[in-house]
Design a protein around this ligand. Structure first.
Ligand code: GLA
Length: 652
């Protein structure tokens, strides 16, 4: 008996030794994990996405790969790995939170393994898989229905047993940037909003957006008294005194022909009747902004042709005022003059000249401040000077004010609703005392469900989220996270899921091309158009490439965003990673976005039942601007990974 046991144990030791000798252990965390994309924080080698030890279910692991869902890492095995092992879960650093996620391992075509849902403070799970003959695998951690918050997903004790080629982390396969938007025709075509609001007696400035060869002659029939049109530039200016609804017919004529479009001008109490279309300096320049860059942006909006598609606001974000410590004020080195008027800093030495210049192009200009003593970047803000500052904004000719909570955190007693509303009411009252149409944009990142009371405090739009960045997880969690907020949006008051991150962005001074893939960029613009969101271009418009330009100049897509009834899309289907969103349009047709949030191309279907339709309808692809054909019952399209099919469903 003893001899048998001895022989067996000798044999086992031999086998174990052979395995140990034949296979190398390669830790997942030893690969170039900077190639991973993760939802938040930094991919961690042997630490969490926050840099803490990897602890799951009370056990501390020396080795592991710390991520945050949604996380993706491509690893090339080239057939050299025999097995993969890991223990997965949500790091105990979020033990008391409500994170939940699913871990998945894919080959390029198939799902190899998936965990159950793992939760903060819940149990970890182990995986031990054969990797024999596999070429490439993809490690994913995915969010669940409750979104990405607290999903600190760790692959603990994660290693390959390797014989032959070593695993290497690789970039996600690149996608070609396919331009779908047709080029504008040489004949005239009028674009832009079909309805525009102005308050009686206030400055009116509107540039007729039209593509086509120049020179062009513009006409406007039915303009209210007090407005005049420059027939060469297409810029309408003046003041309307009489409250009313004016049906105007705009026309543009060039050597090829004439195009007409109706514009309803409503002189009354409301502005921002369609979501503002423009540019903001923050996502490209942040505090590296100066007046030359803003002027160049305005020039680029016109010269590139963006203005011919309806883009019209040039908004300066933070960093134009004085920084209390730096004494960089233009006048006297002080934050405010003897009368309490706010000074600008030296980078904006001629603010009035700048606003006048932007207006001369038929564009509008916006500014930024906040209710606290300072802005987010530490520049002087409006606290206790609200009326003075509102007057100053009007005198300078600003048409848009983004009002950012940030430093008011020091003033507010708490985050109760009265405290959250208070500073926004104060500035609303101040703006009501000036004779200028200034779009009032609340920026407080969605606190206290601002969408429920943004209109009550007089906002024209309000940020529903924290700051966006140019990566998939940020954009998708913000964009798809808007579901359910549609009932709070409408003409004059819009949900704002933050500014666009296509083109060259970077929060200055260094810029880089957006890290969103081409399909992700189509998803971004399609979703924001469906959401009736304010569209504020966040890139350097002097460096527009053809692909970015095509994303921003598709008139059929922009018309969805600008539709006069101002409905925000609702999500009517969520089936795992597949979603369908629908926006009702003025003419009774429906704009529908079919989205695929998964890693692989897949068919997505919208059924007429879900849309409340019956019978035959034409399905029109909005990006390529062509009818796909007649469909009854449903429409299915194969959607690329992270991509979209944006269609309009209509009857002839
Ligand atoms: C906050 C806002 C941003 C930007 C910066 C400026 O973070 O959310 O959009 O305005 O402040 O400092």
């Amino acid at each position: 008996m003893k001899t048998t046991i001895l022989i067996i144990s000798l044999l086992l030791t031999g086998i174990i030794e052979t395995i140990a000798q034949t296979y190398d252990t390669v830790w997942l965390s030893s690969l170039d994990i900077s190639k991973a994309t993760i939802g938040w924080g930094k991919p961690g080698a042997d630490v969490s996405c926050m840099g803490n030890p990897i602890i799951l279910d009370g056990i501390t692991y020396k080795k592991g790969f710390g991520t945050h869902a949604p996380g993706v890492l491509y690893v090339k095995l080239s057939g050299g790995s025999a097995r993969f092992h890991a223990t997965v879960g949500i790091n105990d650093e979020e033990k008391a939170s409500v994170g939940s996620a699913i871990f998945k391992i894919y080959t390029k075509t198939d799902l190899l393994w998936q965990s159950d849902i793992v939760r903060s403070g819940g149990h970890a799970q182990s995986v031990d898989l054969s990797m024999a003959k596999l070429d490439t695998i993809i490690f994913c951690s995915e969010t669940t229905a409750d979104g990405p918050n607290y999903d600190h997903t760790d692959w603990a004790d994660a290693y390959f047993l390797v014989k032959g080629s070593k695993p290497i982390a690789i970039d996600r396969p690149s996608e070609p940037a396919v331009i779908l938007t047709p080029k504008a025709a040489p004949g005239p075509k009028i674009n832009g909003p079909k309805v525009y609001g102005v308050r009686p007696g206030n400055d009116f400035i509107f540039r007729i957006a039209a593509t086509g060869e120049r020179p062009m002659v513009f006409k406007a029939k039915g303009l209210p008294a007090g407005l005049k049109l420059d027939s060469k530039t297409g810029i309408i200016t003046g003041r309307v005194k009489k409250i009313g609804k004016y049906e105007v017919t705009l026309s543009a004529t060039n050597i090829i022909g004439t195009s007409n479009r109706k514009l309803t001008i409503i002189c009354g109490s409301q502005i921002a009747l369609t979501p503002p279309l423009g540019w903001n300096s923050w996502n490209c320049f942040a505090c590296a902004v100066d007046q030359d860059k803003v002027k160049a942006a305005a020039d680029a909006m016109v010269k590139s042709g963006l203005a011919d598609h309806g883009w019209s606001y040039i908004n300066i974000d933070d960093c134009w005022m004085v920084q209390p410590e730096s004494k960089d004020a233009v006048v006297g080195g002080e934050i405010r003059d003897d009368q309490g008027n706010m000074n600008v800093n030296r980078k904006f030495a001629d603010m009035k000249g700048l606003t006048t210049y932007v207006h001369s192009l038929g564009l509008k200009i916006g500014t930024y401040s906040g209710p606290g003593p300072k802005t987010c970047a530490g520049y002087t803000a409006c606290y206790k000077f609200e009326e003075k500052d509102a007057l100053k904004f009007a005198e300078l000719g600003f048409d848009y004010l983004k009002y950012d909570w940030c430093d008011y955190e020091r003033i507010a007693k708490d985050h109760s609703l009265p405290e959250l509303k208070k500073p926004y009411r104060v500035m609303r009252d101040a703006l009501n005392k000036v004779n200028r149409d200034i779009i009032y944009s609340l920026c407080q990142y969605g606190m206290g469900d601002v969408w429920q009371w943004g209109t009550e405090v007089g906002g024209n739009c309000w940020r529903t989220t924290g700051d966006i960045t140019d990566d998939w997880s940020s954009m998708e969690s913000i964009g798809f996270g808007q579901a359910g907020k549609e009932k709070y949006a409408g003409p004059g008051h819009w949900n704002d899921p933050d500014m666009l991150v296509v083109g060259k962005v970077g929060w200055g001074p260094q810029l880089h091309t957006t890290r969103l893939t081409p399909n992700e960029q189509y998803t971004h613009i399609s979703l924001w158009a469906l959401l009736a969101s304010p569209l504020l271009i966040g890139c350097d418009m002097t460096q527009l490439d053809d692909f970015t330009y095509s994303l921003l100049t598709n008139d059929e897509v922009l018309d969805i965003n600008q539709d006069p009834i101002g409905k925000q899309a609702s999500r009517i289907l969520k089936d795992g990673n597949f979603e369908v969103w629908v926006k009702e349009l003025e003419d009774g047709s429906k704009a529908v976005g079919l989205f695929n949030r998964s890693l692989f191309a897949a068919p997505v279907t919208v059924s007429w039942n879900d849309l409340g339709l019956a019978g035959n309808y034409i399905v029109r692809d909005l990006w390529s601007q062509h009818d796909e054909g007649n469909y009854s019952g449903s429409f299915t399209a194969t959607i690329p990974s992270h991509g979209v099919k944006l269609v309009r469903i209509y009857k002839k």
